[in-house]
Design a protein around this ligand. Structure first.
Ligand code: AKG
Ligand code: FE2
Length: 340
């Protein structure tokens, strides 16, 4: 792994052939798509909760993406977390591998590409640090000890961001008209943190930091750095997500599309690289437990609104998600209630 990490060799080499995506998948000229104000920005600090619920619901329907501001997570904590994330990825490949090898069950890992490097047709321009978060007392012992403040800062950060996630899920359940306790029974119990690092790339038109995908989580609460790179696919077009200082980007994952019986959108997105700047981001994925059933909420299904998706255990959802590797239509067909 050590010598595979993109950050360990990218300064000395041109883009290797295995990192060049085929013309129909590579960004080409679409690296600098308009970074508009398209993705809705929701102010969580306003008093009118009905307005917040409405805005989140509409954004989740139309885009599957929104940003939140005045969310209550202190700026200082966001800065500290981003600093330790950058410091981690700046360490030597040997140190990074060592720091992530403490759990024999691999609840903490460092990897490159899509987590399945050996099977990738084209490699992603990305290194990742991934670890479980909850319950914290169980997993923190396996998190990196270097940088020295990693456990302290990330312990606080993941606790606070998890609370924010539950708050957002409550707004979403109210918007959908389902019980606020809907997400408390295993659907949101298994959060994981993925710290993405996209080193500078000599030719961003040929490569991708992440290919077009939908997240296999309920929601993701993303700490985006000041460096642009995230794009959302809407109405057959790519839209750039503008970095807003101290905002979080929230997106709906595919399991929530199923739970909402297709009302909310697990939006497709990708990450482009940058020729001058490294980009570090942190995804806080709110995930179900393996044995939790994913299915349309019962209150959203009746004779005139039949279930669009079949019910299945989250671990079986993941098997289908991985087997269809980014092919949206194949995944849609595999999960549709009409293929039962
Ligand atoms: O790094 C980003 O901007 C997006 C990350 C993402 O899509 C993911 O981790 O699934
Ligand atoms: Fe994603």
């Amino acid at each position: 792994m050590e010598d595979l990490l993109v950050s360990s060799w990218c300064k000395d080499r041109a883009v290797p052939e295995t990192y060049i995506f085929p013309p129909e998948q590579r960004p080409g000229k679409l690296i600098d798509v308009p970074v508009g104000n398209n993705i809705p920005v929701v102010d969580l600090g306003v008093h009118d909760q009905t307005q917040i619920i409405q805005q989140i619901f509409e954004a989740s329907q139309d885009f599957g993406f929104f940003q939140v501001i005045n969310h209550g997570v202190p700026n200082r904590l966001m800065d500290d977390a981003m600093s330790v994330f950058k410091e981690f990825h700046a360490m030597s490949a040997k140190d990074k591998t060592f720091e992530c090898s403490k759990d024999p069950n691999k609840s903490c890992s460092v990897y490159t590409g899509s987590q399945n490097y050996a099977k990738e047709k084209f490699h992603l321009w990305r290194d990742g640090l991934l670890h479980l978060c909850n319950p914290q007392e169980k997993y923190i012992q396996f998190w990196p000890e270097k940088p020295t403040r990693y456990r302290e800062i990330v312990g606080t950060y993941t606790t606070v961001v998890r609370k924010l996630g539950f708050r957002i899920l409550e707004f979403i359940s109210q918007g959908l008209g389902i019980s606020p306790v809907h997400f408390s029974s295993g659907l949101a119990e298994n959060p994981r943190l993925l710290v993405n690092h996209y080193p500078p790339c000599p030719d961003p038109s040929l490569t991708l930091g992440q290919g077009k995908h939908r997240d296999p989580s309920i929601i993701n609460i993303l700490l985006q750095s000041e460096v642009y790179g995230l794009q959302v696919f809407k109405d057959e077009e790519w839209i750039g997500v503008k970095p807003i200082p101290y905002a979080f980007v929230v997106n709906i994952g595919y399991p929530l599309q199923i739970i909402s019986n297709g009302k909310l959108k697990g939006a497709e997105h990708r990450v482009v690289t940058n020729s001058n700047l490294a980009r570090t981001t942190a995804s806080f994925f709110i995930n179900p437990l393996d044995e939790t059933i994913i299915e349309p909420a019962k209150t959203l299904v009746d004779a005139s609104n039949p279930a669009l998706y079949r019910s299945l255990l989250y671990k079986n959802f993941l098997i289908k998600y991985i087997a269809t590797s980014g092919n949206t239509q194949a995944l849609e067909e595999a999960l549709s209630s009409s293929t039962e």
